[in-house]
Design a protein around this ligand. Sequence first.
Ligand SMILES: Nc1nc2c(ncn2[C@@H]2O[C@H](COP(=O)(O)OP(=O)(O)OP(=O)(O)O)[C@@H](O)[C@H]2O)c(=O)[nH]1
Ligand SMILES: [Mg+2]
Length: 339
Amino acid sequence: MGVRLAKPGEFTQRALLNGKQSLLAVEALKDLVSAATDTQLRMAQACLGAWPEWIEKAKTRLAPWIARAEAVLDYGDDEIIQLDFNTLQAEIALIRETFHVEQMRSSAARWLRDGIRVALVGRPNSGKSTLFNALAGEDRAIVTEIPGTTRDVLEIRTEWSGLPLYLFDTAGLRNSNDPVERLGVARVAGVLEKVDLILHLLPLMDQGSDLEILNRLAPFQGKVLEVRTFGDQGRGAGGIVVSAMTGDLQALKVALQDRFLGPHSPDACLGALATLRQREVLDELVFQSDLVLGLSESCPPELVASALQGMWALLARLTGEDRVESTLDQVFSGFCLGK
Ligand SMILES: Nc1nc2c(ncn2[C@@H]2O[C@H](COP(=O)(O)OP(=O)(O)OP(=O)(O)O)[C@@H](O)[C@H]2O)c(=O)[nH]1
Ligand SMILES: [Mg+2]
């Protein structure tokens, strides 16, 4: 009867191709469908609709300069039209600054969109499972005073203090003769590889960690954060001190927000461009702006015109106005059938 099944995202794709939606809104729709936490939902919602104002402003600022640069190419010999190079550079510097601000915001927003993978490691009885439960807000992992309680890796997805977290509770690190516990410890290595952050739990009363644990964590130094547990049992230690027992996790909250969001609050990340594709284009926009800023007045006008065109093309790639098929395929392949 001439009927066929719709391709993944085909209805949305038609809306895009008919100019009813921008690629940014389409990507937000995709995020909306797959949002798993409140923050992810709010982030997606903030990107639906018209594209952000800063893009529109950048285009408005850039357009006359492209026109001028092209005119210089056509009529420059007659000296009717000149390019005021200093004003051009000042304008581009302003545009670059807005790109840079967005770049910073999106590197924070990325964590809110994608979630942060966090492993809890430490010696047996260092309070990993207790902290895991506290962060998850539910009694998920078994907690006992017997060292070596946790064997398997436990994973839970949760939202804590506005941060979407994938938490991994692991077996306490020690040399054990128990074959089951040994298997559990062996699994920790795989977790360390794949997470974004390793919380190395060290009870307040411990003087330091044993060499074995430090050696294991050494290859991941850049993503290890030491957290002193059993904060209710004493005082005096500096650094991040928490007590999962009493629920005092403020220091950890500050440390995580600082590390992943920097100066941006979760709310300040709403509307930021957070997908990998968008972040890549943003990086290129900053790079391309720097390229223009690196030009000198003696450069051939062709070079100026083409560098400005490059910025324009990147903005069009961001919004999807350029309709490049490979970009569209990349975006729509993640959609469900129909939609
Ligand atoms: N006072 C106090 N006790 C705690 C705290 N955190 C954990 N505990 C206790 O310490 C013991 C061990 O806690 P777990 O959370 O099971 O420790 P773990 O690191 O998961 O231990 P393994 O799974 O054996 O590696 C339990 O009896 C907890 O109740 C804390 O912050 N304060
Ligand atoms: Mg445990």
